[in-house]
Design a protein around this ligand. Structure first.
Ligand SMILES: NC(=O)c1ccc[n+]([C@@H]2O[C@H](COP(=O)([O-])OP(=O)(O)OC[C@H]3O[C@@H](n4cnc5c(N)ncnc54)[C@H](OP(=O)(O)O)[C@@H]3O)[C@@H](O)[C@H]2O)c1
Length: 338
């Protein structure tokens, strides 16, 4: 490992530009600061593309403060060295979230060094590729579904609405809810993607432009038992007034805005709950259970059908599309492919 490929975001007076470079050990964290920094060296075989990666690679300081940097909030590969003594050389592992790809060099490099506390043992039922087809976006969808199930949603109790449905979180949410027997209404801004959404499990497709006017209403017809919002902003305000009595809506993202203005009526007259989802700081034990669940009971037989596998050369274009809201489904990055 004298030199290897990493997608480097480099800052100059013209802003932040990202490109593939050959790098060496000096780009990785040094071992040992008393907090486990750099204690596990992993050879990364696969990563994925998430909205946050597109923000990091384009220099968004809310995600990545210091450059040069290697983005990639997801990584799957094999253990090369472990100073913690918890893993054996050659063990297949998965890392997502925590500081990976934010201010710690991430999965868009062929090697990463991370604390052992971030490393998940890959379940034998899950391939390295599938662990990254799910990736942070898919695990976030699974966390959202988990929270709705805890809020007592039931397949026979009404429809579930999913916003940003063609996106990474949205597409996995649609497919997973459908697998669990729910009737899913998929909201999209891409009118041309209706057939695609019906194909991955949606029962109905709703144009985003038809949903948004509901943001101005304090309460309206209770069409949905629950919802998974991946967009934030007015999308949340548009779903809340349409939830049934006792309904719940999860929120995880902000592509449509970080703030929203909504009436209290759905909360105080229908007992509706708004449920926050975070995939980053979820305790390691919960993440480990979650990846086991998606590998077994929640396995998605159609996941590969709505995931595009890309090589290194395709990454810049895909990141640009995702940043512009034009992505569709999941993207698996195979680091061995030029
Ligand atoms: N809380 C967490 O732990 C966590 C984890 C993962 C992701 N996230 C966040 O969740 C959000 C979605 O992530 P992702 O990876 O799924 O992103 P993504 O793949 O880019 O999907 C986002 C989708 O939202 C829709 N969209 C884009 N711009 C929009 C706008 N202005 N108004 C309404 N809808 C819009 C588009 O779908 P349609 O064209 O189908 O409408 C787009 O494909 C991001 O904000 C991300 O940072 C949070």
């Amino acid at each position: 490992m004298t030199q290897w490929h990493a997608y480097r975001a480099i800052e100059s007076e013209d802003g932040v530009q990202s490109s593939w470079q050959l790098v060496d050990n000096s780009s990785l964290p040094t071992v040992g600061n008393g907090k486990g920094e750099g204690e596990v060296l992993i050879k990364v075989q696969f990563s994925s593309v998430n909205y946050k990666d597109a923000l990091s690679a384009s220099g968004n300081k809310g995600v990545t403060r210091n450059f040069p940097h290697t983005p990639g909030i997801d990584a799957a590969g094999t253990i090369i060295e472990d100073a913690s003594g918890q893993f054996n050389t050659g063990d297949e592992v998965v890392v997502f979230g925590y500081d990976l790809g934010m201010n710690t060099c991430g999965g868009y490099g062929e090697y990463i060094r991370v604390p052992a506390a971030w490393v998940l043992v890959k379940p034998e039922e899950l391939s390295l590729e599938d662990s990254m087809r799910w990736g942070t976006a898919g695990y976030t969808a699974a966390l959202s579904v988990e929270k709705l199930l805890k809020a007592d949603v039931k397949p026979d109790a009404g429809k579930i609405i999913v916003t940003g449905a063609t996106g990474g979180v949205g597409s996995v949410a649609v497919a997973l809810l459908a697998k669990l027997g729910f009737t899913v209404v998929a909201v999209t801004g891409k009118t041309e993607a209706s057939e695609w959404l019906l194909g991955i499990g949606a029962a109905e497709v709703l144009n985003r432009a038809e949903l948004l006017p509901m943001a101005a209403k304090p309460m309206t017809r209770p069409l949905y038992q629950a919802g998974i919002d991946t967009c934030g902003g007015d999308m949340i305000a548009a779903v809340l007034p349409q939830l049934q009595y006792g309904g719940a809506l999860t929120t995880c993202g902000m592509v449509a805005g970080a703030g929203f203005s909504a009436s209290v009526f759905p909360f105080i007259l229908r007992g509706v709950d708004l449920l926050g989802i975070d995939s980053v700081e979820v305790p390691q034990t919960h993440k480990q259970l979650l990846i086991k669940k998606v590998a077994t009971d929640w396995q998605l037989s159609n996941l590969a059908d709505f995931t595009t596998t890309i090589g290194r050369g395709e990454l810049p274009g895909v990141l640009g599309n995702v940043l512009a809201g034009k992505g569709q489904g999941r993207y698996l990055l195979d680091l061995s492919k030029a």
